[in-house]
Structure formats: C-alpha cells, structure tokens
Design a protein around this ligand. Sequence first.
Ligand code: NAD
Ligand code: UFG
Length: 337
Amino acid sequence: MFAMILLTGATGYIGSHTWVELLNAGHEVIGIDNLCNSSEKLLARVESITNIKPNFIRGDIRNIDVLRKIFQSHNIDCVVHFAALKAVGESVEKPLEYYDNNINGLLQLLRTCNEFSCENFVFSSSATVYHTENNPPYFENMALGPVNPYGWTKMMSEQILRNFEVASLSTRVAYLRYFNPVGAHASGLIGENPLGAPNNLMPYIAQVAVGRRELLSIYGGDWPTVDGTGVRDYIHVVDLAKGHMAAIDYLTQQKKSLTVNLGTGVGTSVLQLVHAFEIASKKKIPYEIVSRRVGDIAVSYANTDLAKKLMGWSAHMGVDQMCQDVWRWQSNNPSGY
Ligand code: NAD
Ligand code: UFG
C-alpha cells in the first residue's frame, strides 16, 4: 500500500467514485481540483459514504507551486491523474484551452513527480485514442489516431508519459483507456453532475427522465448496427474505480507499466440503453431520431482480456444496474449537488 495517493480532478465524476473506493480500501488520499467542472459539495457526500473527512486542496494542477506545497507536506508516492477538460465538441472550438489544460497540467505534475521522486502514475486515457478505422473490439495494440483536439491531448499525454518513463527509469505508468463510464454510487449520494446541457447520452437520458429536458435527440438511426443507433461499451463507474485500484496494485506488486482498456467488452445501442433506462426508472423517455453527430462512429467496444490477464480485473455490472444506479442518483438529486 502506498504512503499517500494524490488524486487530481478528485471532485469530478470518475475521481469522486475512485476516491470513495480508495478510502474504503484504507488508502491515504489527498485530492486536488480547481472545481472548473465540479462542486465542493461533493466532499460532504464522500464523507457520508466513507465516514472519513476527505483531505482536499482547491487548486489548479498547472500551478507548480501548489503542487510543490502538496508534495512537500505529504509523502506522495502515487498520482492518479483525472484532471482534464473532456468535452469533445468544446475541444474543437477551444483547442488551445484543451492543450493548455490537459498537456500543461500533465507536464507540471510530471515535473513535480520528478523533483519529489514519486514513481507511480495512473493516467486517465480514453478509447477515443484508437484510430476509427480499426474494427471493434479494440485491442490495446491497435493503431491510434484521434480525430479531435480532446483525443489528441490524450494521445499526446500517453506519448509524453512514455518518453518520461524512458528518461526516468524508475517511473511506472498505468495507461487506462476508459470506454464509456456511466452509473453512480449505490448510495445515490454521488453521480455524474454535468454543468449545462449534457454532451453524453446517459446523463441526457437521466435528465429527460427526471423532467429537466423534454426530449432526447438520437444522433442517427441509420448506422450499420443492430437497430440503426450507435453502439458503445458502457462501463459502471464503480467498476471503473475498482479498475484503478487494480492498476495501483499492479504498479506496487509488478513494478512495471501497463496499458489496458477498461470496458465491459459488451456493446449496447442507444435504443437499448433508452429501453433499459425506461425499465429502471418506470418513466417514458421521449426521443426523436435526428441526423448523425459530426465525428461519431457506429460502434466502439473493448476487448478486455488484457486487463483481466494482467490485473485480474474485469467489470461486473451490466447496463440494467448502471441504469438503476443512475436513476437513484438522478431522482434523489434532480438538480445535481
Ligand atoms: P470531470 O470533468 O467530471 O472531472 C475532471 C475534474 O478535473 C473536474 O472536477 C475538473 O474541475 C478538474 N480539473 C480540470 N482541469 C483541472 C486543472 N487544471 N486543475 C485542477 N483540476 C482540474 O470528468 P470525468 O468524467 O471524471 O473524467 C476524468 C478523467 O477521465 C478525464 O481525464 C477524462 O478525460 C477521462 N475520461 C473520461 C471519460 C468519460 O466519458 N467521462 C472517458 C474517457 C476518459
Ligand atoms: N448520443 C445520442 N444523443 C445524445 C448523446 C449521445 O444519440 O444526446 C449517442 C451518440 O451518437 C453515440 C452514443 O449516444 O452513439 C454515445 O455518445 P456519448 O456522447 O455518450 O459517448 P461517445 O462514445 O461519443 O464519447 C464518450 C466521451 C468521449 C470519450 C469516448 C470514449 O464523450 O470523451 O466516450 O471513451 F472519448
């Protein structure tokens, strides 16, 4: 077990669920977030679930002085790096903000890790790094080729980390390529809380079900899939959080880097997800089929064998559970935190 883990982007969606799992497993954790896409109200929720007061610093990871202070006062030997901007469409409109935040943030973190000899790093990468001409399921050794600035920041970050590993021989990195994280903690106390209109399918469905939005627009009904709608590999955020614990164990025990997909290996269409949510929520989800969204692909899902083989980890929860947990969170917190 590490002396202390630094979580960046700790109050965000995936960060907060991982924080809970780490605290419940007895890890010492300090979280940092600049709250550009999250709320400090989350902290009390984490405390209610874990009975531990979370150790939190409000700050920006691009500010190296803030990072140095944290490393000076805590014996950090592992960083789990979630902090990033993540909206694909926004990244096309504001590429410089995305490169500044996601790349510059990573560089400052690595400089600090180097100064303080912190040798273990877990990185939030994404299925979006895979080249769209690959045929799913995606394997980790397939060609990479992002198609938007957000995706490029993830691929470049992987490359920066790989170069850093060569220069700093003792550094070990877990490159975790997430598929489509959805779901919420079983307590209903924490969940995805997008600010403004959701970009992603599941939070949009949930907001329609709770009455915050009238109608779901389904982007395309003529994809070459089971029912004409896009297919994705939805993974429960708590399974994903546990994937981070498995990666941390791997780094500690094997003392080696690894690159793995975190998905379920199962594809679900938009209409299949809508129907599963209708059953979980007992609400009708009105929808209309509109034209395809620019940049979308028909099908994306993971091959998950490598994560199972190397870390002994696999996702356990299916789409029905994901919908039930999202509905508990959304109906208990119709306006978020
Ligand atoms: P999120 O927006 O909920 O969480 C990210 C957190 O980082 C936010 O709380 C935000 O305030 C914080 N942050 C951003 N820039 C910061 C900075 N410079 N300094 C300090 N804090 C900063 O997003 P999430 O869904 O929890 O995603 C976490 C990570 O996983 C991101 O790196 C994202 O790119 C990656 N990822 C997410 C998905 C997804 O669909 N949610 C898929 C693949 C990869
Ligand atoms: N969709 C709709 N209506 C909506 C939103 C989405 O029909 O209002 C459809 C999309 O066309 C797609 C599916 O629902 O077929 C899933 O879309 P999401 O936006 O939820 O997810 P994506 O797979 O497009 O992208 C997500 C993240 C990316 C990440 C990628 C892979 O947004 O950042 O998963 O991890 F890179």
